[in-house]
Design a protein around this ligand. Structure first.
Ligand code: GDP
Length: 319
């Protein structure tokens, strides 16, 4: 059944609007002309609480939902807090997806990630590779939760006819990211390390792992554009990959970040820290064939991110 495109005044709930993806989705939808975005801070609505989520949906009656609310983090956080990652994500997504069904939401855009594919999936990874092999152990808890969310969306489509799509995002970065040195993903962590090393006039900077793993990165505004695309168009799939199609080694990424930041010291690799999955490149041809394509190259995206980081660093790092 073809969907009706949302009107600019339809109520659209963006869950997780203060996070990296959610804040970019709000920017994208507002600048496109949507005037009725519903958002809640986690202190006002704890999405892990079923009764609260149900009451919120009943009173606000969102017609479309973008679920960018999740417990996320880099390789160390995933490794150290698997219980939090599995519980928070299972609870948030179960409550949101079920509330969408109860309120007959017209379409749910659910955020997944390419780290839920098997560790040794053939590259570039296609959607069909889901559940064909063991997961990367450092993020198994997160992956199991996200796979459950995706499968719940598919089950609800089959049993109730609920319309949804899961966006399997590659490694995202950009304005609004978390720059915590221990818990963040590789780009914000290395950008902050390089920035602080530059300010301290340090001779060296430490990089986790061997530097050999390959990763694909996508600027978050391109991700938000993909979410908007899926909101506004028929999407004949339950899930689509969203990536840039370009990969880079962690060592080369680090050199690029140091260049953008202006740190000229030496890089020290620490192989005691985990490398994670060796390679993670998504095949995003499904979404590209539908009409979406990324617009921000890696260097350009890193420069934008660093400008934002430099402007807001003092305020945030003083927290
Ligand atoms: P992943 O893509 O799920 O493995 O998550 P991350 O973004 O946390 O890490 C990507 C890669 O960057 C891994 O191979 C890490 O070992 C490497 N890396 C190098 N330095 C850092 C750092 O300071 N922080 C993080 N999070 N990763 C780092």
């Amino acid at each position: 059944m073809p969907m009706t495109k949302p009107s600019f005044s339809d109520p659209i709930f963006v869950a997780g609007h203060r996070g990296l993806v959610g804040s970019a989705v709000v920017r994208a939808l507002e600048s496109a002309g949507y005037t009725n975005l519903i958002t809640r801070r986690s202190s006002d609505l704890d999405l892990r609480e079923q009764a609260a989520v149900r009451a919120f949906f009943a009173s606000e009656q969102p017609r479309y939902v973008i679920c960018a609310a999740a417990m996320v983090g880099g390789i160390a956080a995933n490794n150290d807090f698997p219980g939090t990652f599995i519980y928070d994500n299972l609870a948030i997504q179960t409550n949101v997806i079920e509330a969408c069904r109860q309120q007959a939401v017209k379409k749910l855009i659910y955020l997944g990630s390419t780290c839920i594919y098997p560790k040794h999936a053939p590259q570039p990874i296609q959607e069909e590779h889901l559940l064909t092999g063991p997961l990367e152990e450092t993020n198994e808890a997160y992956a199991i939760a996200k796979i459950a969310g995706l499968k719940m969306c598919e089950a609800y489509a089959k049993q109730y006819g609920m319309s949804s799509i899961t966006l399997m995002a590659t490694n995202l970065y950009g304005q609004g990211d978390n720059f915590d040195l221990e818990k963040s993903h590789v780009i914000p962590a290395l950008m902050r390390k390089a920035h602080e090393a530059k300010l301290a006039d340090a001779k060296t900077m430490t990089v986790w792992g061997t530097g050999k793993p390959l990763r694909e990165f996508l600027y978050v505004d391109d991700m938000a554009a993909a979410a908007r695309y899926c909101l506004e168009h028929d999407t004949p799939y339950s899930m689509v990959n969203v990536g840039s199609g370009e990969e880079i080694s962690i060592a080369d990424l680090c050199r690029l970040i140091c260049d953008v930041v202006g740190f000229r010291g030496e890089l020290i690799f620490n192989p005691e820290k985990p490398d994670g999955t060796p390679r993670k490149l998504a095949d995003s041809s499904r979404l590209r064939d539908l009409g979406w394509s990324p617009t921000v190259g890696l260097r350009d995206g890193l420069e934008k991110t660093y400008r934002w980081f430099s402007q807001t660093a003092n305020a945030r790092l003083g927290d």
